[in-house]
Design a protein around this ligand. Sequence first.
Ligand code: UDP
Ligand code: MG
Length: 307
Amino acid sequence: MDLTIVIPFLNEQDSLEELVERIYQNVLPLNMSFEILFVDDGSTDDSLNRLMKKKKEHPEIKIIRLRKNFGKSIALSEGFKRAQGRVVITMDADLQDDPAEIPNLLKKLDEGYDLVSGWKKKRHDPITKTVPSKLFNFTTRFLTGIKIHDFNCGLKAYRNEVIKAIPVYGELHRYLPVLAHWQGFNVGEIAVQHHPRQFGKTKFGAKRFFSGFFDLLSVLFITRYRQKPMHLFGMFGLINIFLGFVILLYLTILWFQGVGIGRRPLLFLGILLMIVGVQSFSLGLIGDMMISTRDTSPKFAVKEVIE
Ligand code: UDP
Ligand code: MG
């Protein structure tokens, strides 16, 4: 199979039929074998019925129904598990992403990229979305060093091995390029058309800023310290223990000289640093013991074997 299109959706009844038509208009001329995996993330409207009607006309459509609303990341990952195409394209179901970009994404992949991300250069969303998004993209770019403008675009193309290699859970779909980059895949970007939402409403409210922040922390942890938690927690722990030790040593010397130290704030600081330090060090140790019993190494670290 040449191409799999994965489309997670939650209550998008008015967009789905037109979306299917537009995908066929743009994919049929490419003469590729393809499948469209719609992942129903617990929709409660008429989405499923309307999609079933379309499925009767088009055998390439498959529908994966989740038991309840699990969120876009889980929906994507269930689609990824079943994707058979050599190339996998994801897009949103709300017609904001344009299927006319599919050939452009494929062309860019052929230039030697493993993941090509869409960049909503001219974005049609309310300012309450675009401003936080700029901030999010800037922070992620700064902290990860990956030079793309738009991490969170729903429209992306991947080589199959990329999606099979990256773990998507929680809300990590925003960081797919980061996770892929960490595994050594070549990440590229093209500017894509973006449309205003015509039907229904956005599924991501203000809550996402908080969860987005925590997800960034976990992505940074996964990509930098997953193999070696001791380097983070152990180092932090040792520094604290050292500082605490110096302080307490100093106070002990004073005590032997007959100076009262019982009420000195420094005493409490010393004790605090020691306790925090030992805690953090043990955390690193436990982390190391846990990863030593399981395989957390990148699944597709080898590109090819030349014999
Ligand atoms: N979506 C989903 N599960 C969710 C939330 C959203 O499958 O829990 C889908 C949604 O139907 C759409 C895509 O993810 O196809 C992007 O969502 P949305 O358009 O609401 O996000 P925005 O474009 O506003 O960032
Ligand atoms: Mg949208």
